[in-house]
Every structure is written in structure tokens, then in C-alpha cells.
Design a binder for this molecule. Structure first.
Ligand code: 4FV
Length: 237
């Protein structure tokens, strides 16, 4: 599942070009019983199965022995801190990350205390396994590694990279189904285009995710623009 998720796209090309290296470990290779068990029934009863601590501990120990001590061992679960662009930027600056993917009801609690160094969640919903969460994180972090995305500028201008939602994007045709591309984008006035995009990002963020504005790193010009937008909206309301 993880290998399949890394076969296409910019991160896959980054791997081919040696800009990042992703190793996938099968927990069954770190079991000692002839059934290669990675899960067992929950103490205290109840539905489902729980992942055993030993295979996870052994797998991370093997990684430590073969590749050196990881900078962080991330347990992926709905109980973790919310993954975000700033978390992606943090992880893109460390050299060695281990991602622990759960299955079944989750992992034995001692994995959390003995093996993991942090816990991340990609969102408030329950997946059938942590692999998709791992792929989300590998993609969001991988594209921040210099050289992985062709034009690094586009990464700097990403949504959330400055804590705001993205401005609207347009391409040819200049009219589609009766909807025209805003004239300013056809004007060639770079400064006006920049201002229009800043305003659109602020308006969209104010409308859809106002809480982001409390923590976004805005320039003075953007703060002034935001005040202007709020005033106009008060007038309208
Ligand atoms: C999840 C999430 C997630 C929980 C039980 C895997 C599942 C199963 N991981 N963000 N949301 N994990 O739902 O990271 O073991």
C-alpha cells in the first residue's frame, strides 16, 4: 500500500533522484513466533485486535542499528497532535523520520511510551490503517525538500505556508461557460496582480477559516488590507 502510494508524482521523482529515501518495514519480519503475529486480543476484552508492542519495538531497534538513531519516531493515530503545514515544514528540516502505522483497534499503549517520541493525526476521523496517514505526511513533507518540486517558488507560495488559504487560480480560456477571468490577471500589471491575489487570499481566509488569521504571519500591508476588507464587509452586513 505504501509502495503503491510512492510510485507516482513529484515525491516519487524526488526518491528516484535521491533527494529523499523511503524504507518500508514489514512488522512480521520483526516477530519471533511461527505465526509471525503482530496483533493479539485486547486485555479487558472488547471488540477487535490490538497491535503487539514487541514487533514495533524490534523494528525501530533494527532501524536504529542499521540507519542510526532517528530524529523522531512518529506514532500516527487520531489521538495525535494535528498534522499541519508548519508540522510538515518542521519534519522537512530533520534528516531521519520513522512513521509508525497502526492497524486494527490501534497499538499497545506501551508503544506510545517506549517507542514513539511524538504522535500525529491527519484529522478527526478513523482510518482502517495508518498507512494512508503516512503517505499524506510523506507527500506533504517530501515536496518541501529543496529540488523535489521543480519550482521551489511555488512551494514558498503554497497555501498555509504563510498561514492563509490560497487565492483563486485561472488559466486559458479567458472565458468559460460565460465566466470571465478577472481583468487584473490579464492586465500584465504585476504589482496589481500581487495585490489582487493577497486580497483574494485574505477575503477567502476571513470567510472560510477566520481562526487562521489569528496566527497567520501577515505583513503590515496585509493587516491594513484586512482591516479594509472587514470594514467593507461590515458596511455590506
Ligand atoms: C489516523 C488518523 C487513524 C486508527 C486505528 C488506524 C487509525 C487504526 N492515523 N491520523 N486519523 N488511524 O485514523 O493518523 O489502527
Amino acid at each position: 500500500m505504501v509502495r503503491a502510494g510512492l510510485e507516482e508524482g513529484v515525491v516519487s521523482r524526488g526518491i528516484e533522484r535521491g533527494l529523499l529515501d523511503v524504507a518500508i518495514h514489514d512488522l512480521r519480519d520483526h516477530t519471533t513466533d511461527r505465526h509471525r503475529s503482530v496483533d493479539d486480543v485486547p486485555y479487558g476484552g472488547g471488540p477487535g485486535m490490538v497491535m503487539k508492542p514487541e514487533p514495533l519495538a524490534r523494528a525501530v531497534e533494527t532501524i536504529r542499528r542499521e540507519r542510526g538513531t532517528p530524529d523522531t519516531v512518529v506514532l500516527l493515530s487520531p489521538q495525535g497532535r494535528r498534522f499541519s503545514q508548519s508540522e510538515a515544514e518542521r519534519l522537512s528540516r530533520v534528516g531521519h523520520v520513522v512513521l509508525l502505522c497502526g492497524r486494527y483497534e490501534g497499538m499497545d499503549e506501551r508503544v506510545r511510551t517506549l517507542v514513539a517520541t511524538e504522535e500525529l493525526s491527519i484529522g478527526d476521523y478513523v482510518l482502517s490503517g495508518g498507512e494512508l496517514a503516512a503517505l499524506v505526511i510523506i507527500d506533504a513533507v517530501g515536496r518541501l525538500i529543496p529540488g523535489v518540486v521543480g519550482d521551489d517558488q511555488s512551494v514558498q507560495e503554497d497555501s498555509f505556508s504563510r498561514g492563509l488559504l490560497d487565492y483563486p487560480h485561472y488559466t486559458r480560456p479567458s472565458e468559460f461557460e460565460g465566466l470571465k477571468v478577472p481583468d487584473v490577471l490579464l492586465s500584465g500589471h504585476h504589482a496589481e496582480v500581487l495585490r489582487w491575489r493577497r486580497r483574494a487570499a485574505l477575503e477567502r481566509t476571513l470567510a472560510r477559516r477566520p481562526e487562521l488569521l489569528d496566527v497567520a504571519a501577515l505583513t503590515d500591508e496585509e493587516r491594513a488590507l484586512l482591516t479594509e476588507i472587514r470594514k467593507e464587509q461590515e458596511k455590506k452586513s
